[in-house]
Design a protein around this ligand. Sequence first.
Ligand SMILES: [Mg+2]
Length: 209
Amino acid sequence: MLPTYGAGIRFRTIKLKKRMMNVSKQDHLYEKTIASQPIYQGRIISLKVDEVLLPNGRTAKREIVNHPGAVAVMALTDDNKLVAVRQFRKPLEQTIVEIPAGKLEPGEEPLTCAMRELEEETGYVASHFEPLSSFYTSPGFADEILHVFVATGLQKGESKPDEDEFVDTLELTLEEAHALHRSGEIRDAKTVVALFAWENMLLRKQLKR
Ligand SMILES: [Mg+2]
């Protein structure tokens, strides 16, 4: 059975992109590119150095990483636990705890990617997906956008991680997740966003009672 999801996700994403483009180009803060030097083209990211014309007429260099975008899934079990993965992150040289996530394939819809990544990394299949937030992970030097979904109605199956992906799957109570945040094991932006969004959802449910 196909999962259900909030209507208009794609439409809203396109509309938001258009609005952001208009704002940035009409704005008096706009930086016009006058030269662009490609430095590196990798499997996931590319790096270039742009020379820009500043609003005050001077020029400056901008080091820019282009990224295809990614999704993350805040998956909640029926007994109200957060599905997380523990994995080694080479740039940090340490193991951290994160919500499941993965990068978008070319032309892939975020929702399709969310369903695929959740199942591949954790084995969980969800009957319901809802968009939570889309945000830029590090706009100072990268264009990566991250789409976060909330997944519920979970059923456990077999995980199928990528060949170069090694993860431990965890199921965390809110208290356990907060303890990992305090200890520094939860320290990446998407998981911190998910943790506070989850707590907020629980608080709002309590207020409605
Ligand atoms: Mg991943």
